[in-house]
Each structure stands twice: as structure tokens, then as C-alpha cells.
Design a protein around this ligand. Structure first.
Ligand code: ATP
Ligand code: MG
Length: 431
């Protein structure tokens, strides 16, 4: 036997037993976003490497060590997208979607690629649903985005498992001033810092704030706080945002150490976190990025967005027992057939029923076999009803109705009467 080929490490197949949950989550998200006026945008999975270097920042984890970067056959450097915001901005600029002060509310869904250490909730090909808006500078759009995610959690039944963490990281200037103060404080105590943080001190000191090291976190307790360095406008906007969230009845925890791993953020940053998924507890994260469009060659246009990890959302739905049983339901009807004439009649009847009952989920037995073995399959499928056709029934235009889950008498009906029977007996399933 030839050797079997395995998938790439950290890149999972989505099996039929899992896809119903994914479809349900994706449809629920798309539906909620549609209700807030967001439209879908799709862009390629590979982009020029330069796009991510220029937007995400050279000294971030993603650009330094997580990107899948290749030379193509023409020796151009291309990268499998590690996130969607930069791609979205690139597409908007390329197609003039941000011209003339247009406002955009957009979303996208699809695979992202990062060379990380694969573990539960952390993959090398993972999936995000991302949401971005452009052209709105004031905090009401920040609030809208957070409010719509809260509605989504409610709809998915996972609200109780998620906490909103919120911060403002201010303007570029405010952050520069804070950076200086933080570096001065930490440089004097460099012997107490963990190894990663020592490196970051020279490259990306703000990232030290979300260090996982307990001793570094302890050291930060007495460090200068970003909040004290915020510019007036950022302070005002943050106050407006929290006011709007209060009015909407959304609770949050202000976390002055929340900074996010990408360079392009300013002002509002937020994360929805859970304690149900171990170390991979951030399900959804985002923030404002007013400088990004200009950084990528456009006129200045304010933007804000977030992305949720679909794998983590699935894990959370499972961990909190929030998978509706209806989404994994089997067919409503299974057609059992024996005989050549019956086969012909079964195809015609199945198609007639599918036309008459658009929500009917019907499986026709294919591949022959005895009635007995077909009934076994019908039973296993989870169908409520088996339609049974032999050559005799076919000739007389009849069909036998057999109940697979209920204690009801088998009955024989004219084929033309089946759709009426199904629509009354399966009213709930077919609605
Ligand atoms: P983390 O701190 O967990 O590494 P991140 O800050 O790198 O997350 P973002 O770039 O903000 O993540 O991506 C948004 C969301 O995408 C995350 O909150 C998470 O749900 C999901 N995500 C990010 N990286 C991965 C990954 N490697 N595998 C699975 N999901 C991921
Ligand atoms: Mg990461």
C-alpha cells in the first residue's frame, strides 16, 4: 500500500460531524451583522508581503516569527494572510471604497495563517470572522461594534462565559510619551524582567504590558499607567464610549494593560475573554486604527474593527453546551426501495416532494440491498418517516408510510397524497 499523506501540522480538516456547528455559527454571525447594515467583502488569501510588514509592524510577533512567507515563481515575496484588516484596507483603497468620505461597514470570513505552536485553540491555519468600519471617527461606532458582538453572544447563548475588557491606548503621541516613561521605569529594573520582556524593552515596550510572566506583571503594578498619559480627545472619546455601553446595559472591565499585539491600533482596544478555554481565552479582539488607511497609501480615514476566532467560538459553544440539537438533525424522510420499477418511481416521487416541500430533508436509498438492510440505514439516519416502495406499489401509484420514531400504524397512501401528509405530520421540521 502506498504511504498515506498527512495534512500540514496545525492545519485541520473540518469533518462532516463538525461542519453543521460551523455553518450555524457563520450564519448566525452573518445574520446579526446584516441586521446592523454590514456587508460582506472577500479578498484573496495571499498578498504581497509588504502589505503586512507595513501595517502590522516589523517588530510584532506576527511579522517577526509567525508569517508564512514565500517567494513565488517570479521571486516576488508573497504571504498567506495572518489577519484580514490589512487586506480589507488594501481592497478598499484599490477599489475606491473609501473615496469621497464614504462610510463603510464591512465583514469577511475565512482562513488566516500563522506559524505558531499548535495547541487547543491555537492553529496554524485558523479561521476568523472580521468586521471593519471606515469613515467614522467618533465613539458611537466603537459602541455599535461592541454592542453588536454582545447581541451575537446572546444569540449564541455564550454571554455568561464572556467578559468584555476595554482600554484606550490614546494617540500616537500619547503612546510615545508613555513609552518613554515605561522604558525609563523598566530599564532601572531590568534584572527583574523576564527574558522576552527584556528583548521587547528595546523593540516594542508596550507589549511588555501583556507579558504572561508573573514577576513582570508584579513589577508593572507600580509602573506608570498608560491611562495617565492619554490625550484629551482620547479621554473624551473613551468617556463617550463607556457612557454608551452603560446606556446599552453592557458591562465591561477596564484593563489599563490591554494593548493588543499589532502596531496599528489607537484609542479604543477591546477583547472578549473567557475562562473556559484555558490559555487561549481571547475569543474576539479589536480596536480603532485611525492611521492605518494613510499608512497604506490612502487619505486619512478613521477605522475600527475586530475579529473573532471561529475555532475558539466553536470550543466555547461546546464547553458551555450551547449547540442547538436541531442543527445536527438527520433527514426528515428516508426512501426505501426494492425493484426496478420502484427505483424509477422513487426518483420521481422524491423530486416531486422536494419541489413541493422546500424545507424537506429527504434521502433516497442508493446502492441496492435488502429491505432489511435499507431499514437499518433508514433507522440510523435519524429520519422520522420511511417511504417504502416496491414494484407493486410503484405500479399502483402507491407508497407505504412507516414511522421510524413514533408508535404509529404503517399506512399505504396514493403517492400524490404524500406531500400533504408530510406537511401536516412534520409541520415543525418543515417550517
Ligand atoms: P492570541 O493572544 O491568542 O495570540 P492574537 O492577539 O494574536 O491572539 P488577533 O490577531 O487579535 O489574536 O486575532 C483575533 C482572534 O483570532 C483571537 O482573539 C483569536 O480568537 C483568534 N486567533 C488568533 N490567532 C489564532 C490561532 N493561531 N489559532 C486560532 N485562533 C486564533
Ligand atoms: Mg497571537
Amino acid at each position: 500500500m502506498a504511504k498515506k499523506i498527512q495534512s500540514i501540522r496545525g492545519m485541520n480538516d473540518l469533518l462532516p460531524s463538525e461542519s453543521a456547528l460551523w455553518q450555524y455559527l457563520e450564519q448566525t454571525v452573518a445574520n446579526v451583522l446584516g441586521r446592523y447594515g454590514y456587508q460582506e467583502i472577500r479578498f484573496p488569501i495571499v498578498e504581497q508581503t509588504e502589505l503586512f510588514k507595513r501595517s502590522i509592524g516589523e517588530v510584532t510577533d506576527i511579522v517577526e516569527k509567525e508569517m508564512y512567507t514565500f517567494a513565488d515563481r517570479n521571486d516576488e515575496s508573497i504571504t498567506l494572510r495572518p489577519e484580514g484588516t490589512a487586506c480589507c484596507v488594501r481592497a478598499c483603497l484599490q477599489h475606491g471604497l473609501l473615496d469621497n468620505q464614504q462610510v463603510q461597514r464591512l465583514w469577511y470570513a475565512g482562513p488566516m495563517f500563522r506559524y505558531e505552536k499548535p495547541q487547543k485553540g491555537r492553529l496554524r491555519q485558523f479561521h476568523q470572522i472580521g468586521v471593519e468600519s471606515f469613515g467614522m471617527a467618533s465613539a458611537d461606532i466603537d459602541a455599535e461594534m461592541i454592542i453588536l458582538t454582545a447581541r451575537l453572544w446572546q444569540q449564541l447563548g455564550v454571554s455568561d462565559a464572556l467578559t468584555l475588557e476595554l482600554n484606550s491606548i490614546g494617540s500616537l503621541e500619547a503612546r510615545a510619551a508613555y513609552k518613554e516613561a515605561l522604558v525609563a521605569y523598566l530599564s532601572a529594573r531590568v534584572d527583574q524582567l523576564d527574558e522576552d520582556s527584556v528583548k521587547r524593552l528595546g523593540t516594542n515596550p508596550l507589549r511588555i504590558l501583556d507579558s504572561k510572566s508573573a514577576s513582570t506583571q508584579a513589577l508593572l503594578n507600580d509602573a506608570p499607567s498608560l491611562t495617565d498619559y492619554l490625550d484629551e480627545q482620547s479621554k473624551q472619546d473613551f468617556a463617550e464610549l463607556t457612557g454608551l455601553l452603560d446606556a446599552a446595559g453592557i458591562s465591561y472591565r477596564i484593563n489599563p494593560r490591554l494593548v493588543r499585539g499589532l502596531d496599528y491600533y489607537n484609542k479604543t482596544v477591546f477583547e472578549w475573554v473567557t475562562d473556559k478555554l484555558g490559555a487561549q481565552g481571547t475569543v474576539c479582539a479589536g480596536g480603532r486604527y485611525d492611521g492605518l488607511v494613510e499608512q497604506l497609501g490612502g487619505k486619512p480615514v478613521p477605522g475600527i474593527g475586530f475579529a473573532m476566532g471561529v475555532e475558539r467560538l466553536c470550543l466555547l459553544s461546546e464547553a458551555t453546551d450551547n449547540i442547538p440539537t436541531s442543527i445536527t438533525a438527520g433527514p426528515d424522510v428516508y426512501v426505501v426501495v426494492a425493484g426496478d420499477k420502484a427505483k424509477l418511481a422513487a426518483v420521481a416521487l422524491a423530486e416531486q416532494l422536494r419541489s413541493e416541500l422546500p424545507n424537506l430533508k429527504l434521502i433516497t436509498h442508493c446502492g441496492g440491498g435488502s429491505f432489511k438492510s435499507q431499514f437499518k440505514k433508514a433507522d440510523k439516519s435519524g429520519a422520522a418517516i420511511a417511504l417504502v416502495l416496491g414494484d407493486d406499489e410503484a405500479e399502483q401509484g402507491l407508497v407505504n408510510i412507516k414511522w421510524l420514531r413514533a408508535e404509529k400504524e404503517q399506512q399505504t397512501l396514493a403517492q400524490s397524497a404524500v406531500s400533504a401528509l408530510l406537511s401536516s405530520e412534520l409541520a415543525a421540521e418543515l417550517s
